[in-house]
Design a protein around this ligand. Structure first.
Ligand SMILES: CCCCCCC/C=C/C(=O)SCCNC(=O)CCNC(=O)[C@H](O)C(C)(C)COP(=O)(O)OP(=O)(O)OC[C@H]1O[C@@H](n2cnc3c(N)ncnc32)[C@H](O)[C@@H]1OP(=O)(O)O
Ligand SMILES: Cc1cc2nc3c(=O)[nH]c(=O)nc-3n(C[C@H](O)[C@H](O)[C@H](O)COP(=O)(O)OP(=O)(O)OC[C@H]3O[C@@H](n4cnc5c(N)ncnc54)[C@H](O)[C@@H]3O)c2cc1C
Length: 593
């Protein structure tokens, strides 16, 4: 196939914009879905003619589009989406319809009030046959009046756990006609006479989700680094209690417990950023390959992006909460910025594929590899999974005096991932031999399948962190980052210790060794902690935090922040005399009787 024209390569730009989304997203960015899902869909699913028409206008913001896939009744199971797009060959149009209440599109960001276009995922029917969910580019509102078009009911879904400045919306179609060419036609097509032309790979229509899953990894890094910055800076000015009696109150950052709470989040933020760059490069390369007719990397990209998305969002949610709790009462104030960052970050555990479902998608990939291993096949030189084919050392070596580039630690992670992958595969086979069907056996192994995925993703994150730090030539920076790497690796060893101890691979003594390395790393990081977070150069406006101010003037600004609250506009609020004052006066009168 001749080289398809390179589409406008906005990936890097989109990656940065996506990265920014996590800051702007916090403020409720009305172009969030336009930039991060609608444009990638046009880039990867529109044919040349459609790109020529839609892309310049989208890039120029002549309209705002969202990505409307999830329905009130279905988010995960795309096969059961109910919105229909039925082809009418007489008029060469699709008729979009929401047949049930549960088919109402529900959740799409910026759908409620901002967007006038949407990428709509609908079950495609032509010549009486359903061909599954396909994307359509549909106008929702008049470009001048912004009123919903005929047959379209659209609005905001109401207040949410967070991100309440984003107008997540609902959308219903009542037999709305849209031209044939509103169907994205790069992969699948419907010809004027209604004949369906299938895509070379039936999941290429899912590429926008893959993009966001890949982008979320760096997004979680962003959230962890931002909240670690807030927690480190505040802990470096907050004095509370003494370590040596009579020596005066210490900075809470000097408490080992405080370091153990915050520094691993810093280290994970770095690890996620490095893997986030890797997966975005893999995404960009795979999309280029697809443009040139090569779909071989699609399964690997899907498996890795699902696993990384699930693991990094989960750890980010836990890590943000640790940073909040480390800041005591002021951490619970909106002034800290934690409620804002947390409520945005945790949404990513759900959107773009609920985490359990994502872990299980990666597990599907791992089970294929386990089958190949059990069949005696050799690896296919795929650096992400080849280690599964190899036999590692029979025993853990993490406490060996000399561990070049943490090879012994990485081999421990590889051992655990290999063991869990093969054990759950063998259980799947055994259950089917005992008469269960595949799907039932799969469900009966689902928790262990998720554990295998987590172990595999941990191995990938750790190896990427080691490899990327190894490439650094500036020795002063390298030594500081190596302290964070040491903390990360041994912290992860203790996090998965159950799995390493379970088969006797690691000894209790080695587990103690790992803890010693953690405490050693905490001590080494402490003197550089503030400089490390300052080096991220986050602006105060993006931290949204009085506690994390670069100038450290927390207390004066905390009072200013409180005094600026609308409640403090007057000393006595009207409700006092209307309710509380009246109640107390009546109580005093009664007590006089
Ligand atoms: C960064 C800032 C932006 C923030 C804004 C975020 C706004 C949020 C937007 C959204 O939330 S958009 C909606 C997100 N929704 C989802 O993610 C839905 C999750 N569900 C799915 O993706 C799919 O249903 C599924 C769970 C992957 C199952 O796929 P399907 O329904 O087609 O089932 P099967 O027919 O069994 O297919 C499985 C088969 O297909 C392969 N596969 C699945 N997805 C992909 C993919 N994207 N790319 C490549 N391959 C894919 C999968 O590996 C299986 O292959 P085999 O194992 O059968 O070989
Ligand atoms: C903040 C936010 C923004 C969003 N933005 C958009 C958007 O812009 N566009 C859009 O289309 N959608 C959007 N969504 C919707 C989001 O993609 C869905 O919520 C998500 O895909 C999960 O689907 P669901 O809500 O239907 O949950 P369900 O799929 O009903 O899942 C409910 C529970 O069941 C479990 N479960 C479901 N299926 C399985 C399975 N096969 N195996 C094991 N467990 C399973 C899940 O893990 C979960 O615990 C957004 C959601 C949020 C929270």
């Amino acid at each position: 196939m001749e080289h398809a024209p390179k589409a406008i390569d906005v990936t890097n730009d989109v990656e940065m914009r996506t990265f920014n989304f996590f800051t702007m997203g916090i403020d409720g960015h009305p172009l969030g879905l336009h930039l991060d899902m609608a444009i990638p869909t046009i880039l990867n699913n529109a044919d040349e003619e459609q790109q020529k028409d839609w892309l310049p206008k989208a890039a120029n913001r002549e309209f705002i589009a969202t990505y409307a896939q999830t329905e009130m009744g279905h988010g995960t199971n795309l096969k059961k989406l109910e919105t229909t797009a039925t082809y009418d060959p007489k008029t060469q149009e699709f008729v979009l319809n929401s047949p049930t209440i549960t088919s109402t599109k529900w959740w799409p960001g910026n759908l409620g009030k901002s967007s006038n276009y949407a990428v709509v995922m609908a079950q495609l029917y032509t010549q009486g046959k359903c061909h599954g969910a396909h994307p359509f580019f549909v106008q929702l509102r008049d470009l001048n009046t912004h009123k919903p078009l005929k047959g379209i009911t659209v609005g905001d879904i109401g207040p949410k756990f967070g991100m309440n400045t984003v107008d997540n919306g609902f959308l219903q179609f009542d037999h709305v006609r849209t031209p044939r060419r509103s169907m994205f036609m790069k992969h699948a097509k419907v010809l004027p006479d209604g004949r369906y032309v299938p895509p070379v790979h039936d999941k290429l229509n899912y590429s926008a989700m893959v993009f966001i899953r890949a982008a979320i990894v760096s997004g979680m890094a962003y959230h962890l680094l931002v909240t670690s910055t807030i927690a480190v800076r505040y802990s470096a000015i907050r004095r509370q209690g003494e370590i040596t009696p009579g020596a005066g109150e210490v900075k809470v950052l000097d408490y080992q417990t405080q370091q153990h709470r915050i520094f691993p989040q810093l280290a994970r933020g770095l690890a996620f950023r490095l893997s986030g760059q890797y997966i975005m490069k893999l995404y960009t390369q795979t999309m280029d390959d697809i443009r040139n007719g090569d779909i071989s990397a699609v399964p690997d990209l899907h498996a890795l992006s699902c696993g990384l998305k699930a693991v990094t969002t989960h750890h980010a949610a836990l890590g943000l909460e640790q940073c909040r709790m480390a800041c005591g009462g002021h951490g619970y104030s909106q002034a800290s910025g934690f409620p804002l960052h947390y409520s945005v970050a945790v949404g990513a555990c759900t959107y773009e594929g609920e985490n359990m479902v994502m872990l299980l998608q990666t597990a599907r990939h791992l089970m294929k590899i386990a089958k190949a291993i059990r069949a005696g096949q050799s690896p296919k030189s795929n650096k992400i999974v080849d280690y599964l084919f190899h036999k590692g050392p029979p025993k853990c070596l993490i406490d060996q005096a000399y561990d070049t580039n943490y090879r012994n630690v990485l081999e421990s992670f590889e051992h655990l991932a290999r063991r869990q992958t093969l054990e759950v595969y063998d259980k799947l086979v055994q259950l089917q031999q005992q008469g269960r069907n595949y799907e039932q056996a799969w469900n009966d192994c689902a928790v262990e399948l998720c554990k295998a995925t987590r172990a595999h993703v941990r191995t990938f994150l750790a190896r990427t962190f080691v490899e990327e730090i190894d490439k650094i030539s500036d020795l002063s920076i390298k030594s500081v980052l190596q302290d964070l790497l040491q903390l990360y690796l041994y912290y992860e060893v203790t996090e998965c210790a159950t799995g390493l101890l379970e088969d006797g691979f690691m000894t209790g003594q080695q587990h103690k060794y790992a803890k010693k390395k953690i405490y050693e790393a905490l001590e080494k990081i402490r003197p550089n902690a503030v400089s490390i977070v300052d080096s991220f150069d986050f602006q105060d406006r993006e931290l949204h935090s009085v506690l994390g101010r670069r100038d450290g003037n927390v207390y004066e600004n905390l009072l200013k922040w409180a005094q600026s609250s609308p409640l403090n506009k007057t000393d006595v609020l009207p409700f006092h005399h209307k309710y509380l004052g009246k109640m107390m006066e009546e109580a005093r009168q009664r007590s006089k009787i």
